[in-house]
Design a protein around this ligand. Structure first.
Ligand code: PEP
Ligand code: MN
Length: 349
């Protein structure tokens, strides 16, 4: 249920509504927009509450929320959320943001060369997994804390902010020391204890769509993070399982404009995991941006043949530079140009 306050409601009237919500044993969430203030009432609300709150001073209307997700929905919050990461602003058509880097952090040489390559091509953030959730326990599961150290080194040299995955709730604290954005992978889209744990931090969270998840299940996963008080959630479409096996997953282009309609949260696209093939990455990336994605998460490796995971879908830095050049033109045409990248220039000796 949402309580929409009158445009001229006094601060005291807003506080009274919040007090009453809590007295009745519900949780409240305050959404202060430019035109109106809304109080979301969360919990098992019942119809009689609508009547009770409707007659309180300063209240304009009280509405039941039809969707099972509340905090993630546009019904509750009609204003686009913008997630800030340093000077970058993700969401609300603020301009495209591109995060690029290897699937997994491997050797120092590859990590640093890839970071320099994506920085030179104009990327905004550097990606790379130190903790890797793998379908097989026999696959490379990442260098862990040592890998975080390499990401920190890449950040120190290039100025690129870091997005990296966290897999285990017990690692959230240590990953927060290096990450500017916490990535929740597709395989953890219903790991509720992990979702809650990242919800208790104040770090931005990029929430990949579960490969098996409906849009509703995905938004409910976001709801778990939001419900803990962390409203810096960025969604990321990364492809879903269908009958098609010619590509790794099927990129659900529909989800981009649909999510924009259902939710106020920013949405990015990952054309690497959805296609599984480096030569399909560029066209799918362009389509996702044209469909409204706020940015891209792209796998790039200095030497894809030597990558310890996902080499087949990784762009070389040179191919990534071609993609960035095309995105520059597309972003301008769409009125959502690439944001300026606040990176450190290469040292000139
Ligand atoms: C990744 O980004 O490297 C990754 C493992 O992605 P996903 O969770 O989408 O499979
Ligand atoms: Mn990967």
């Amino acid at each position: 249920m949402i309580v929409v306050m009158k445009t001229d409601a006094a601060e005291g009237e807003i506080i009274n509504v919040q007090k009453r919500v809590r007295e009745l044993g519900f949780k409240d969430s305050l959404i202060k927009g430019v035109e109106r203030t809304v109080i979301a009432v969360l919990g098992g609300v019942y119809p009689e509450l609508v009547d009770e709150f409707s007659v309180m001073d300063g209240v304009d209307t009280v509405l039941r929320v039809s969707k099972p997700y509340k905090l993630a929905s546009r019904e509750v919050n009609p204003y686009d959320t913008v997630v800030s990461v340093g000077d970058l602003k993700i969401g609300a058509g603020k301009g495209l943001v591109v995060m690029a880097g290897p699937c997994s952090v491997d050797t120092e040489e590859y990590v640093m060369n890839t970071a320099r390559g994506v920085r030179d091509a104009g990327a905004h953030m550097f990606r790379g997994g130190a903790f890797k959730p793998r379908t097989s326990p026999h696959s490379f599961e990442g260098h862990g804390v040592k890998g975080l150290g390499l990401l920190a080194k890449a950040k120190a040299e290039t100025g690129l902010q870091i997005i990296t995955e966290v897999v285990d709730p017990r690692d959230v604290e240590v990953v927060c020391e290096t990450a500017d954005i916490l990535q929740i992978g597709s395989r953890n889209g219903q790991n509720f204890s992990l979702l809650k744990e990242v919800g208790r931090t104040n770090k931005p969270v990029l929430l990949k769509r579960g490969m098996w998840a409906t849009v509703e299940e995905w938004l409910l996963a976001a709801e778990h993070v939001l419900n803990q008080g962390n409203n810096k959630v960025i969604l990321c479409e990364r492809g879903i399982r269908t009958f098609e096996t010619a590509t790794r997953f099927t990129f659900d282009i529909n989800a981009i404009p649909l999510v924009k309609r259902l939710s106020h949260l920013p949405i990015m696209a990952d054309p690497s995991h959805s296609t599984g093939k480096w030569y399909l990455v560029e066209p799918v990336a362009m389509a996702a941006v044209a469909a409204g994605a706020d940015g891209l998460l792209v796998e790039v490796h200095a030497s894809p043949d030597h990558a310890l995971s996902d080499g087949a879908q990784s762009l070389t830095p040179a191919n990534f530079a071609v993609l960035m050049a095309k995105l520059r033109v597309l972003g301008e045409a769409l009125g959502r140009p690439l944001q300026p990248a606040e990176t450190k220039a290469p040292a000139t000796t």
